[in-house]
Design a protein around this ligand. Structure first.
Ligand code: ADP
Ligand code: MG
Length: 334
């Protein structure tokens, strides 16, 4: 029995919305996930109209499955240069940087592996070992050549920006909200949350970190002001075959779902794009290598790790409070 499971609720759960101030809220489904947009201030409705239009526009550019998207066109270009939207070029630039920074743990050319596993189809299945080995090693980030908005992708490379596109989108939504004069907003795109300012009453936004073992529960709360918190977890999307669970975050070195001793990792950073790419990379790397990278590259981010045994480790400035009774320890990120 194979079953692709998509958590119906986001893994970062919004706990309390401010009340009293004029606000607007929308629930949508895009980018294969549930979205919630909350905006406060006099321009809230107009800001949300602009945000909704931007989500539709970015999805049409970044999707690996929509016919005619920039990413689909690049994947079919057989090594020919393709003219893309300025946002696609910018996202590819950031994706390439993050891939280099993380030693390829975050890998934008993971598309051939995602296809082999059928993760974007209704019938994912474990591919034959020989099929996977043929795809490895994946073409490096250098397979993406960027000259302004003219992109050339090596013919063997297949892009999949599922590990970074939602973060780029939430960052854009925050910028749009700010352009509309909004000082308080929260954008939730599946496991990605990004905040403009704080709640309307001035207190920090509070987002719950989903308990990987309990779809309804949380293990603790992160306080967020003008930052993004992005979770990657093996429990979010997976299928089962012959009693084994296979999740959607792939180790680009082995071609198999990452197995690094984590149930989930949440990255908190100023940029939603960085937080998204890093959460995927950290999930692949595991906690020790992730913390080593945070220190060696002096990354301006924090993280909350949920280990295989359910215990929690968070970095000093994560502003995370675990539920009572949880085994949660703090680690230094410098
Ligand atoms: P989600 O998309 O569920 O929020 P992630 O941000 O961790 O979670 O992204 C996982 C998605 O990214 C996968 O569905 C796939 O499209 C893509 N992906 C899988 N493995 C990698 C990887 N090692 N590097 C970059 N992208 C990946
Ligand atoms: Mg990610």
């Amino acid at each position: 029995m194979k079953r692709l499971f998509l958590s119906p609720l986001c893994c970062l759960l919004l706990l309390c919305l401010g009340c009293g101030t004029r606000g607007a809220s929308r629930s949508l489904f895009h980018m294969d996930t549930f979205l919630k947009l909350d905006c406060y201030g006099t321009n809230a409705e107009a800001a949300l109209d602009a945000c909704q239009a931007e989500i539709v526009r970015l999805e049409a550019l970044f999707s690996a499955t929509l016919e005619g998207s920039d990413i689909s066109r690049l994947n079919r270009a057989s090594g020919e240069a393709v003219e893309v939207d300025a946002d696609t070029a910018q996202l590819l630039r950031r994706a390439r940087e993050m891939s280099i920074l993380t030693g390829g743990a975050f890998h934008p050319a993971v598309g051939s592996l995602v296809d082999a596993w059928g993760f974007l189809t209704d019938a994912p299945a474990v591919p034959a070992e020989a099929k996977l080995q043929k795809l490895l090693p994946l073409p490096s980030a250098q397979a993406i050549q960027i000259d302004g908005t003219r992109i050339t992708l090596d013919s063997a490379a297949r892009l999949d920006l599922g590990g970074i596109a939602k973060g780029y989108c939430s960052e854009r939504l925050c910028n749009i909200a700010r352009e509309y004069g909004i000082e308080s907003a929260l954008f939730t795109l599946g496991g990605n949350v990004e905040a403009v300012g704080s709640r309307p009453d001035g207190s920090p936004w509070r987002v719950g970190v989903r308990d990987p073992e309990d779809a309804e529960g949380i293990v603790g709360v992160i306080e967020l002001v003008d930052r993004a918190a992005v979770t990657s977890g093996g429990y979010q999307r997976y299928f089962e075959q012959d009693g084994t669970r296979y999740h959607h975050i792939l180790d680009p070195e082995t071609g198999y779902p990452a197995n690094s001793g984590l149930r989930s990792v949440t990255v908190i950073a100023e940029s939603g794009t960085d937080a998204d790419a890093l959460s995927t990379a950290f999930f692949v790397l595991g906690m020790d290598a992730a913390v080593a990278l945070m220190r060696s590259a002096a990354l301006d981010c924090d993280a909350v790790f949920i280990l295989s045994d359910g215990s929690i480790r968070c970095t000093e400035d994560a502003r995370f409070t675990a539920n009572a009774g949880k085994d949660c320890r703090t680690i230094s990120n410098s």
